[in-house]
Design a protein around this ligand. Structure first.
Ligand code: FAD
Length: 410
């Protein structure tokens, strides 16, 4: 009874955009809307501390760095250090350096761990007076096909709150409520399971000189910088394997063998999990006034480092489209939002799929067979010896293959 009295006492609040989720997509949308003079409220299910420590991606690609730069935000929200533009592909212990510098002018990719980007985006939004509500439970969407959608949620104190808005940005990832609020059959899912597992390990151990991807007869492995004394490692494993099957000694032995580096320095392992490599696209990325942004709409297998960068791309297009609608009553960009996002989504899916196939097939031939192993090794060889192939690779890594961006913000 007391609860329902409190629920009734809360008058609906009004805003222009409700953003669901405070990950990379949600906090980028929030900052770009704030810079555009469009008011919004961000609802995040978790605590600020939880969101701020979630470690995943590590490189903000060149295109995304330039996107933040065009909004005057690069220096404020991108931590870390500039990425030197070199990637090491190590094949059977033999190093090959490939460049992801495409020769264009402007700032380049940044080694910026995802949690650092989210922390800085959050701080920037809040210091400028942004409205961000953590521990928002039971978020539900209503009337998204009408003129004024409603979003309901429960505060940490158990109070029911209602927000009305013009647009909802569904930035709540693959397990959020935004996409599942869309009636069945409205969005078409395109899913692919690579049949590959990755053990991912975070450790307090020296980072490599360059991001390193290794092909070996024992399977794929990778070593990425995540800070001055922090590294993330990946080891190909059966998709249904369990992390308990990988005690520390086995992890370091496998890394030393597959990376071809008997002297690899180990360190305390702080996180260890196994996930399946999978890819997923939902089409369209819009339903009424609900726009899906980032992982809520698509998952890219981590090879090629595109998932977070795609989320940043969607966020930029969405914020510009809302700005045009709110300030200029021009809905053209909103109408084409899904189509334009999906063009890049499929492009990046293809790149990631190509790299995933090449770097797994070229190693352990148990799954791929000797013919695919031969093809994969030919692709690698072309990358190391044919300048045209190397250039196409670097353009795809930078994200600049379609040109720079959607143009400067007004
Ligand atoms: C191990 C791993 C490694 C990766 N490596 C890379 C990489 O190297 N490069 C790269 O570009 N990408 C990488 N990715 C992918 C990248 O992490 C994601 O693409 C990125 O996090 C997507 O951001 P997002 O904001 O769309 O979703 P998320 O980061 O999932 O954020 C969603 C937010 O919504 C919140 N939320 C969920 N449900 C609700 C709800 N009901 N109500 C309110 N809030 C809700 C969540 O708590 C979360 O804060 C990796 C992913 C994994 C798992």
């Amino acid at each position: 009874m007391a609860d329902s009295t409190r629920e009734l006492s809360q008058a609906p609040e009004s805003t222009t955009v409700v953003v669901i989720g405070a990950g990379p997509a949600g906090m980028t949308v929030a900052n770009l809307l704030q810079r555009s003079g469009v008011d919004c409220v961000v609802l995040e299910r978790r605590t600020r501390e939880y969101v701020a420590q979630r470690q995943r991606a590590g490189i903000v690609e060149t295109r995304a760095v330039r996107m933040f730069d065009s909004w005057g935000l690069a220096d404020r929200v991108l931590g870390g250090v500039p990425h030197q533009g070199i990637l090491e592909l190590r094949v059977d212990g033999e190093p090959h350096l490939v460049s992801d510098y495409d020769g264009s002018e402007g700032p380049t990719a940044r080694l910026c761990p995802q949690q650092m980007l989210v922390q800085k985006l959050t701080a920037e939004y809040l210091v400028n007076g942004g409205d961000l509500r953590f521990e928002a439970a039971d978020v539900t969407l209503h009337d998204v096909t009408g003129d004024r959608p409603t979003v309901r949620y429960r505060t940490a104190d158990g109070e029911l709150r209602t927000l009305t808005c013009e647009f909802v940005a569904g930035c709540d990832g693959d397990h959020g409520i935004s996409r599942t609020s869309v009636p069945d059959g409205t969005l078409t899912p395109y899913a692919f399971d690579h049949g590959i597992g990755w053990l991912t390990v975070l450790a307090d151990a020296p980072p490599p000189a360059h991001p390193l991807l290794a092909v070996s007869p024992q399977g794929f492995a990778a070593h990425f910088p995540r800070g001055p004394y922090t590294s993330r490692y990946y080891l190909q494993c059966p998709p249904d394997d369990h992390p308990d099957a990988w005690p520390d000694d086995r992890v370091w032995d496998a890394l030393r063998t597959r990376l071809g580096d008997p002297a690899l320095v180990s360190g305390p392992i702080t996180d260890r999990e196994i996930f399946r490599l999978r890819s997923l696209v939902h089409d369209p990325m819009q339903y009424g006034r609900l726009y899906l942004v980032g992982d809520a709409a698509h998952i890219v297998s981590p090879m090629g480092g595109k998932g977070m960068n795609l989320a940043l791309y969607d966020a930029d297009l969405f914020a510009r489209a809302v700005r045009d609608s709110v300030h200029d009553q021009d809905d053209t960009a909103l109408r084409t939002y899904s189509e334009r996002c999906l063009r890049r989504v499929w492009n990046d899916q293809e790149f990631s799929h190509w790299m995933t196939g090449m770097l797994h097939d070229a190693g352990d031939a148990t799954n791929s067979g000797p013919f695919r192993r031969g093809l994969a090794r030919a692709r690698l060889d072309r990358l190391f010896t044919a300048p045209g192939a190397a250039r196409a690779f670097s353009e795809l890594m930078t994200g600049l293959e379609f040109g720079e961006s959607a143009g400067p913000p007004r």
